[in-house]
Design a protein around this ligand. Structure first.
Ligand SMILES: [Mg+2]
Length: 396
């Protein structure tokens, strides 16, 4: 089962996605991977096309671990989000091929299902508490039990203006003081409105200093959040010790990490409760299951990143791993732009607030390449920069 071709396509059915098709010498046997790195798409395309694809031609598609190791350790330059996203694109395609060759879904190759479905959380953000509560009630009616709540704060917009024109210079304001006052009030009001039952989490997006994060986590204790996500910046993870020492709120982190070693101190010191790595940015399923195994030993659960900034193929990979690992916590879920349905088939689906995949061989997803060609790449579709009132840059 030799690799004969590696084709990279970029398509934008509502958002930019980088997709990797690995073809083999067995007729009709190919796999699809997702190598989307939001805002840096073409850097990954160049790495794949110019540097990695030529290394793969003629290799045995079934030797996933060896290919992974030879790219990660064998090419001298290693790690970083661009490399690990490219590697994830290849890795997902190879698992897809292995499943198709065996006639088994990927979760079966990983040891078989440990659960019936992956508990999902839905984004129920709003401009005010009433809108969030309405969104949570609507999601509850669909069967969801876990919800993310983000709120617009005066001077600290949660929601950029969707009509912005120049995406290279667009910025939105953020001020820490009003934000720190608003979030405990939001939780208090949501508990008053919805009671104790709904599981509600909040994403800080790395915007606080360690002491601010500690104060916020402590202030949220009475409202028992499901978890507090990314309260501090990822560069100095050890600051999470301060947050941990000062609160008993479950903590989550990891969507900006590229590999298992970045997760290590947080897991081994039990500074977090949920690992939030993104399967498309950490080298794929091969790395994800190792991180899950390390976390399992320390009673830390997995909550893979699941924003719509990666393609439905990565979301399918999330659910296959969720189904197989024993320490699955919760799966972030997304509603994709409707155009994605024209490009992708066999994507994960919701049932009673959980995500499921079919038992189709491989990852179960396929790509209509002709449809994908109808949605050309959208250049420079960057996230806005956050700036303080004095004009200085704030963490995204
Ligand atoms: Mg996040």
């Amino acid at each position: 089962m030799k690799i004969t071709n590696v084709n990279v396509i970029v398509t934008a059915p509502g958002r930019n996605y980088v997709l990797v098709k690995v073809e083999t010498d067995q007729a009709g046997l190919y796999g699809w991977g997702d190598a989307t790195l939001n805002g840096r798409e073409l850097a990954v395309v160049a790495l794949l096309q110019d540097h990695l694809a030529p290394l793969l031609i003629g290799r045995d598609a079934g030797r996933i671990e060896d290919i992974w190791q030879s790219i990660f350790r064998g090419t001298y330059w290693r790690g970083g989000p661009v490399m690990m996203t490219a590697l994830a694109g290849i890795d997902l395609a190879l698992w897809d091929i292995k499943g198709k060759a065996a006639g088994l879904p990927v979760y079966s190759l990983l040891g078989g299902p440990t659960r019936a479905a992956a508990l999902a959380y839905r984004h129920c953000d709003g401009r005010d508490v009433q809108e969030i509560a309405d969104n949570i009630r609507a999601a509850q009616a669909e069967g969801f039990r876990v919800f993310r709540a983000q709120i617009d704060v005066p001077g600290s917009m949660a929601f950029p203006d969707p009509t912005w024109v120049d995406r290279t210079t667009y910025s939105v304001p953020f001020e820490d003081a009003p934000y720190l006052r608003a979030i405990p009030r939001m939780f208090e009001a949501l508990r008053r409105e919805l009671g104790d039952e709904p599981e509600i989490l909040h994403d800080v997006h790395e915007r606080l200093t360690p002491i601010q994060a500690s104060l916020l986590a402590a202030a949220l204790e009475p409202y028992h959040p499901f978890f507090l996500e990314d309260p501090i910046r990822p560069e100095h993870k050890e600051s999470m010790r301060l947050v941990r020492q000062n609160s008993r709120v479950p903590l989550a982190m990891g969507e900006l990490f590229s590999h298992r070693w970045e997760c290590l101190p947080l897991i081994t010191e039990q500074l977090i409760d949920y690992v939030r790595v993104d399967i498309a940015h950490i080298g794929g399923i091969t790395e994800a299951r190792k991180i899950a195994a390390i976390a399992e030993a320390y009673h830390v659960q997995m909550a893979f990143h699941g924003a719509p900034d990666t393609a439905p193929i990565a979301h399918a990979a999330n659910v296959h791993v969720d189904m197989a690992i024993p320490n699955f916590g919760v799966q972030e879920s997304s509603i994709f732009p409707p155009e994605t349905a024209e490009v992708f088939t066999g994507t994960p689906y919701f049932e009673n607030g959980s995500l499921k995949v079919t038992d189709a061989p491989g990852l179960g997803t396929d790509v209509d390449e002709r449809a994908a060609a109808r949605f050309p790449y959208r250049p420079q579709e960057y996230l806005p920069t956050l700036r303080r009132a004095d004009g200085s840059v704030q963490d995204w």
